[in-house]
Design a protein around this ligand. Sequence first.
Ligand SMILES: Cc1ncc(COP(=O)(O)O)c(C=O)c1O
Length: 438
Amino acid sequence: MKIPHIKTALPGPKAKAIVERDEKCTAPAYGRVYPLVVKEGRGCVIEDVDGNLFLDFMAGIAVANTGHAHPRVVKAIEEQARKFLHICGSDFYYEPMVELAEKLASLMPGPGGKKVFFTNSGTETVEAAFKLARYHTKRQHVIAFHGAFHGRSMGALSLTASRASHRAHFGPLIPGVHHVPYGFCHRCPYQLKYGSCGMECVNVLEKVLFRHEVRPEEVAAIFVEPVQGEGGYIVPPPEYLPMLQDLCRKYGILLVADEIQTGFGRTGKMFACEHWGIEPDILCAAKGIASGMPLGAMIARDEISTWKDSTHGSTYGGNPVACAAALATIQLLEEGLIDNAAKVGPVLKDKLTALKQSHNSIADVRGLGLMIGVDFEDGDDKPDGKFRDRVMQKAFERGLLLLSCGESTLRFCPPLIVTENEISTAVEIFESAIVDAA
Ligand SMILES: Cc1ncc(COP(=O)(O)O)c(C=O)c1O
């Protein structure tokens, strides 16, 4: 059967009934974008409860990088589940946790030993990095960027600054967090003036923040997403991350790379840092690590892993079933899925870029590997989030699953198994959605 295949109005009758039940009993805090009610997933295809088949180009927010229910990941989960489900890795030992820690330590860019702390999610991983950075340096201040998304628990939320609504009414947040511009989009004033803005943005840190607000000797860490995710799939200019790393080394500040969305092959390399030869002091991972099982990992250089004896822990972090899924996931990535992302990512980007010729609403196409954003603007060259949302709905109605990010961007982050044929189909549907939304 040709995919996608939509045979009911959306939502269909069964989906509608479940959405109605959901509205009565789940927290209204969730921000559902369209009424997709999933029954099953295989590879890049999602079947909803009414039998409609969708092409998935959002992978459960860049998580299902081996495709939905990859048989080898499912097998690893089943085998481990038959042995034991839980014992608590913060207090006891089991081999899958050790094996995964060895593997992650070997994958983190940079020489020397590494130590891994396991969590259940992205936000907890960032919490762990925040705590370790303060604990190790004995410094209180940390720096993050406008547009950054690091999670929603209190510490991570204090670093998050992608949408003011994420933070509204939750304050006071953790003190000592400073935000600076991460203005590398096509609308950045420095970009427009100089063609590249990396140097200017690092200068803001040294010449403005360190001069007027906080001494660098009091700064524990700088948290950065190598490619900004929720902020709009923004790739920094080539000089930016190396300059940021130099700045950190100069003042003894820890460089924390939040690779929660960019990691595990998403950008065509195991970690996005590798595109710039960056060697962070701490690397935060989650999302794609275990193909959808709840797992996160904070990987830190040996020298800074100075916390001991119950200074931090987690009942479920590094759960054996999640670790087994992660080991199978990483094997699949190394056997060819990262190469596939590096190969077909540019194909997707070129096809989307070509649409700019005939659609003035597309302002920018950017990204790395299979992490690609299409940014929309109105007739006055202003970001057009409303049009973006309409395109996303029209794509959904045609059976293509996309997701928004930033002010006016749609992200394309399919499973890394995606084929060139699936990419062609997705781009065709996307174009017809743009036409229909106009
Ligand atoms: C870069 C980044 N950091 C942290 C998080 C938070 O992860 P979680 O939702 O698993 O807490 C996300 C989630 O989108 C993310 O993209």
